[in-house]
Design a protein around this ligand. Sequence first.
Ligand code: MAN
Length: 357
Amino acid sequence: MKIERCPLNPILTCEDVKPSSEEFKVVGIFNCGTATYHGETILLCRVAECVRDTDEKTLGVPVVVRGDDGDSHIEVKIFSKDDPKYDFSDSRKVTQIGYGKTSVAALTSLSHLRVARSKDGIHFTVEDHPFVMLDPFYEEWGMEDPRITQIGDKYYIDYVSVASFGVTTSLLCTRDFENFERLGVIFAPENKDVAIFPEKIGSLYYALNRPVPDGIGQPNIWLANSPDLIHWGDQKLLTSVSTADSWDSTRIGGGAVPVRTSRGWLVIYHGADRNDNYFLNAMLLDLENPTRILGKLSTPLLKPEEEYERIGFYDNVVFSCGVVAEEDVLRIYYGAADDKICMAEASISELLDALLS
Ligand code: MAN
C-alpha cells in the first residue's frame, strides 16, 4: 500500500513553539488531534517542555501543584542522577527501582495542548499559549495525545490525563478552539488511546479504548459505547496484540478518530514491537456493527524509516491521533520520534481496496 510522506516533513518542530514560561524549553511538539474549523485545518498538538536550567548531576522535572490560594502553579522536583533508587535510561521517565516491582516516579517533561492553524494543511502557525491550563489533580503530570471528534458544531476532545496515581482519559468540549468546557474523566486508569466515533451507530456513541491490564492480559484495543459521551460501558475486546514477534506484539492502541467511508469505518491505529518501536496500520470496521473487523493490512502502513522518525526525543516512533479526509485523500498527521509533527497522504480508495482484498 502506497503512502506518501509530505516533502516538507517535519511540518512542525520545537523551533516553531514558544515555551509556556521562561523557566522551560520545548522538547517536543507531536501527537496531534485534527479538526477542520472555518476553512482551516486545526492541529491540537501535544507540546512537551523540560526545565531549562539543570546541571549534569541533577534532573529537574516539572509538576503541577495546587497552591494554598487554590490556584495551580508549576513546581520543579529535583532528582539526583547518582541516586541508586532511580533509573534515568528512558528519556521519557524516571523509574523507581529496588522495591520488587518497578514504577514510574516522574515524567521528564510536562505536556500541555496547543492549537496550531493552517490554511493549506501543511504550513501551520502555533499559538503562543496553552489551549487549557493543566488541572493540578488529574493532570499533575500533564495532558497528552488529544483526539478531536466533531459532532454537529461541537468538537469533543479526549486526551490522556497523567497523574502520579494513574493514567486516565478525560474529555473537553469546544465550539471555537478558544473557549472550552471540561467534561471530566471518562475512562479510569489505566486507559488511553481513546478515539470517539464521529456519529451515533444505532442509538449509541462508540469509542476505541486501550485498557492496560496488570498481570494477566496485554494492552489491546477495546470498543465501548455510551448514550451521552460521558458514561461508557458494554466493553468488547476488538483486537489483540500479535502472539508472534512482530511490529504489534507488545501493545496496540487506537490512533486517529475513525473515518466513515462507503465501505466501513477506516481506522488508523498503532502498534509497538518488543524494542518499543512504534508503527501505524489501518483496519476497517463494519459501519453498522463496529465490533466486526472487515480487514486489516498485513504489513504496517507506516514504519519509522526517515531520519526524523528514527531520531528524536524517543527514537523510532510514528504515532497518529488524527487524520483529515478530503475526497479520496487521507492526510495522516503523526508524531515522529516524540518531538515533531509530520504528515503523509494515502488514497482512501486504494486503502479500502487493500483492506478488503
Ligand atoms: C506512548 C504514547 C505516546 C508516545 C509513545 C512513544 O505509548 O502515550 O504518547 O508517542 O508512547 O513514546
